[in-house]
Ligand binder design. Sequence first.
Ligand SMILES: Nc1nc2c([nH]c(=O)n2[C@H]2C[C@H](O)[C@@H](COP(=O)(O)OP(=O)(O)OP(=O)(O)O)O2)c(=O)[nH]1
Length: 139
Amino acid sequence: MKKNIYVVGAVLLNEDKILAAKRAEGRTLGGMWEFPGGKVEKGETPQAALKRELAEEFSDQITVGPQAAKTAVYEYKFGIIHLTVYYARLLTRNFKLIAHSRIRWVSQTELTSLEWAPADWPIIWELEHTDLKQVKFYD
Ligand SMILES: Nc1nc2c([nH]c(=O)n2[C@H]2C[C@H](O)[C@@H](COP(=O)(O)OP(=O)(O)OP(=O)(O)O)O2)c(=O)[nH]1
């Protein structure tokens, strides 16, 4: 049986743009675009996991908002990924990349032109049709 892997990703917003991050070559799914984030650790809330991952990956602090799309489930050779993404805003902008080769702010219409990790596609299609102006942050 393949293992279930629970992953959180940040849909970072800057006005009407979304941040895409390119996984560094040599990593699992190297060269593909994703939402920054990673695996949820035991005993951690998704929000805490997201804040920890952004601090580790970018050296940045974020505010986490509501879930941005339905959880996507995708079976890779190495396991079954359950990917849940949350809207988030950057409180700092250090972008000290360690796990990514580059980042890009993309408009909703540009989203589908990137080569996203396979698990991300249902989320991308949902985000493409979401009114980002309606997204509310409560803290
Ligand atoms: N952060 C993130 N991970 C994603 C996305 N889409 C997707 O398939 N993944 C996969 C890639 C990884 O297998 C896993 C996230 O784990 P991780 O980012 O902590 O990866 P990692 O480098 O620790 O993984 P590994 O190389 O040790 O296997 O989820 C996404 O949009 N964001």
